[in-house]
Design a protein around this ligand. Structure first.
Ligand code: PEP
Ligand code: MG
Length: 762
């Protein structure tokens, strides 16, 4: 044994103690040491867990169960996970360990009877909770027997199906993984939530606070639309408040666990935080940010006039503050070793890791620079870890580009030869804005690093425009970042990223009679986005995955091999020919509408003839949807749909949105993902503009909202043209919103001024 005790109190813990107390435990100890108001707690260390495994002789059976497990077979995986969890849950905890925990619990009880048990991952061998969704937390525990049960439940969560899958794919050994459990006084909060010490997207000195009634789990899990407060740290005042109807709250229930209950109508619309509380929370944010040296994502709880801080970790969406601190590259042109398209802004340097195919993703470490021919959905877990991404193939709208932008990771795509000329371990610098790769680490940090150096842009939410500026989202985990831009809604939610992430085709769920599972996965993902945009339109697009992306998934074995999947069996054509698959999606949307999400609109991709819209609408009607009272619209991605726009309007579309990524490729026959013809990919080609103009004018005349959600909607030049031609909304990537909002505002002002000058002859 290592000599580390089974129990450590917060006061004994520092941030270096992750191997014993896990990330959560170490962070709490560090926070307490700098005087943040952290509720008292002790940690059952990872050494205690190991001792439990050894003394109960569980190591061997667990090893047997998990060794050479085929994790790609879901049934085998689920059954092994169930058995492993049962082994851990049912084993009898050694008496001396029980006694130590009881003694510590007795001591903790002096400050409050109710406690929470939170799993605390000890290394990279467990993904973050958003990926695994498996690390248990048990809230509201009263009594030692309940506590011991909860601790075993947390330990058992190390063997959840997704955690096992993740470790297998990442090459971690199940035999050596560890887990610690934080046992902490539960704050029976009247209100609670999260805060970002600096703006989570731009890094500006704005504290963003979200909160709701009851325990913070309702905010963290996205179950409620929280109030939102923006506190300007320089002016020291609250500059924006958004009070949302807080319909439910999560509260302690009896002696174990929580319940979700309705909030009485009289409290739903009440502003939960006073200006004074917002200011105090912001101060704690600043203390933590200054201590750790990077902006923090924190959880807080309030009872009476007491504030507690429950969690503090770096904001990952700012990507190592790379963008916030405005680093610059100081290098001569001759250290540029590669060039491609800058697909996701930001600068990062680190060691190269070459990924030939998905089997290599286990090699990827935090901070590496991932080099690959082209990314695919299986690589997303690894893409979350890396500092930057570089691909051989692809253009601004390929998988790597879309996912990197949402993750906020710098990326350069279409370099043609990155995998050939770079080698593992080589240190490089990637400029995701300019599309350049430099040899060596040549990032020049700001003159004096630190938040005070952050360049301050105008708060994006403050510019009001007549043309709505919406945001594109592909991954629910990006919803909060997307909402933090202040966008007027979501102009495109691509669901294929969500579905491809399940690793099983919709057809697999149908064949295995697990339709409900599919519906609930899809529904939960979409709900996260809807909740992030209360009262604002969210246009969800029906499935548009080409056959080649389905083929690697379970259930995708019989996908047809197509010469050109881009022109193949995808989008609405496939859904209309696969009624069962379409029905799964419609049932999901219907449930959301039934739950009251009337901001949900549905958009059909790849339509080429109005009859496809009519047939699709009919399927919705047959599924019991009140089709005249929901927003159904189409993407204009095929020239045919722009030419026939008037017939679409007659067929009853409520909105149309230009998918220029495809519209351009189909109009001028340039493959959007082929780096050999990238130079000829021309968004403002006169033929493309003529099609767009035709459709805008017809939609305006027909009173139909007309928007754009292709990449061209993130380009100021194109957006200027679109606003001049009367588009009613634009939808851009998260990183482009501030710039696009400014472009739209300037263009609108110029149009108004020009009109006034004309009228008054000045
Ligand atoms: C488009 O074609 O412009 C679009 C937004 O869809 P996708 O990029 O998913 O094909
Ligand atoms: Mg498209």
């Amino acid at each position: 044994m290592t000599g580390v005790p089974d129990i450590l109190w917060l006061e004994e813990i520092r941030k270096e103690d992750i191997p014993s107390v896990g990330g959560k435990g170490a962070s709490l100890g560090e926070m307490a040491s700098i005087g943040l108001p952290v509720p008292p707690a002790f940690v059952v260390t990872s050494q205690a867990f190991r001792r439990f495994l050894v003394q109960t002789k569980l190591e061997e059976p667990l090893h047997e169960l998990l060794k050479s497990l085929n994790v790609d077979d879901n049934e085998i995986l689920e059954s092994a996970a169930k058995k492993a969890k049962e082994l851990v849950n049912r084993a009898k905890m050694p008496d001396d360990l029980k006694k130590e925990i009881s003694t510590a619990y007795e001591k903790l009880r002096r400050s409050g009877e109710i406690v929470a048990a939170r799993s605390s991952a000890t290394a990279e061998d467990l993904p973050d909770a958003s990926f695994a969704g498996q690390q248990e937390t048990v809230l509201n525990i009263k009594g030692i027997e309940n506590l011991l049960n909860a601790i075993q439940t947390c330990w058992a969560s190390l063997y959840g199906a997704r955690a096992i899958y993740y470790r297998a794919k990442q090459g971690f050994d199940h035999h050596t993984v560890n887990i610690a459990v934080v046992v902490q006084q539960l704050i029976p909060s009247e209100k609670a939530g999260v805060l970002f010490s600096s703006h989570p997207v731009t890094g500006e000195l704005l504290t963003i606070i979200e909160g709701s009634w009851g325990l913070g789990e309702s905010v963290v899990s996205g179950a409620v639309s929280p109030d939102k407060y923006v506190f300007d740290r320089r002016q020291e005042r609250t500059i924006d408040r958004l009070i949302s109807p807080k319909i439910i709250e999560i509260v302690p229930d009896g002696n174990y666990g929580t319940i979700t209950r309705d909030v009485e109508p009289s409290r739903q619309e009440v502003q939960i935080l006073s200006d004074e509380e917002v200011k105090r929370l912001s101060t704690y944010g600043i203390v933590s940010e200054e201590h750790y040296g990077v902006p923090q994502d924190m959880e807080w709880a309030i009872v009476g006039d007491k504030i507690f801080i429950l969690q503090s970790r770096p904001i990952t969406t700012i990507k190592g503050v790379v963008t916030a601190k405005k680093e610059t590259v100081t290098a001569s042109a001759d250290s540029v070793i590669l060039q491609g398209q800058g697909a996701s802004p930001g600068i990062a340097c680190g060691p190269v890791i070459i990924i030939e195919d998905v089997r290599d993703i286990g090699k990827v470490k935090e901070g590496d620079i991932m080099i690959t021919r082209m990314t695919n959905p299986d690589m997303v877990p690894a893409m979350r870890k890396v500092a930057a991404i570089v691909t051989d193939e692809g253009g601004m709208t390929c998988h790597a580009a879309i996912v990197s932008r949402e993750l906020g990771t710098p990326a350069v795509v279409g370099t043609r030869k990155a995998t050939q000329i770079l080698s593992d371990g080589q240190i490089i610098t990637v400029d995701g804005e300019k599309g350049l790769i430099y040899d060596g680490a040549i990032v020049q940090p700001p003159a004096a690093a630190g938040p005070a150096q952050t360049t301050v842009a105008a708060a994006p939410a403050k510019i009001i425009t007549a043309t709505s500026v919406k945001v594109n989202v592909s991954m629910p985990e990006a919803a909060q970042r997307a909402a933090a831009t202040g966008a007027d809604g979501v102009g495109l939610l691509r669901i294929e990223h969500l579905i491809l992430g399940l690793n099983k085709t919709p057809n697999w769920y149908i064949q295995n009679h697990r339709e409900d599972e599919f519906i609930s996965e899809l529904m939960n993902g979409i709900k996260v986005v809807l909740d992030a945009f209360p009262g604002k339109p969210v246009w969800v697009r029906t499935l548009d995955a080409p056959t080649d992306e389905f083929r690697n998934m379970q259930g995708g074995e019989n996908e047809p091999i197509e010469h050109n999947p881009m022109l193949g069996w995808r989008g609405i054509r496939r859904d209309l020919q696969s009624p069962a698959q379409f029905r799964l999606q419609i049932d999901t949307f219907k449930r959301l509408w039934d739950l009251g999400y009337d901001n949900l609109g549905i958009m059909f991709p790849m339509v080429s003839h109005p009859r496809e819209f009519i047939l699709a609408k009919e399927q919705f009607r047959q599924a019991g949807v009140d089709v005249e009272n929901v927003d159904l619209g189409v993407m204009i991605e095929i020239p045919a749909s722009a030419v026939l726009i008037e017939d679409f309007i007659k067929a009853g579309i409520r909105f149309a949105s230009f998918g220029t990524n495809d519209l351009i490729q189909y109009t001028i026959a340039i493959d959007r993902n082929n780096e050999n013809v990238t130079d000829m990919y021309w968004p403002k080609h006169p033929a493309v503009l003529a099609l767009i103009d035709t459709a805008i004018q017809a939609c305006r005349k027909g009173g139909v909202e007309v928007s754009i959600c292709g990449q061209a909607g993130s380009e100021p030049d194109m957006v200027t043209w679109l606003v001049e031609h009367g588009i009613t909304s634009v939808s851009s990537n998260i990183d482009a919103i501030a710039k696009i909002r400014e472009t739209v505002a300037k263009t609108e002002q110029r149009i108004i001024l020009d009109a006034a000058r004309k009228q008054y002859g000045c």
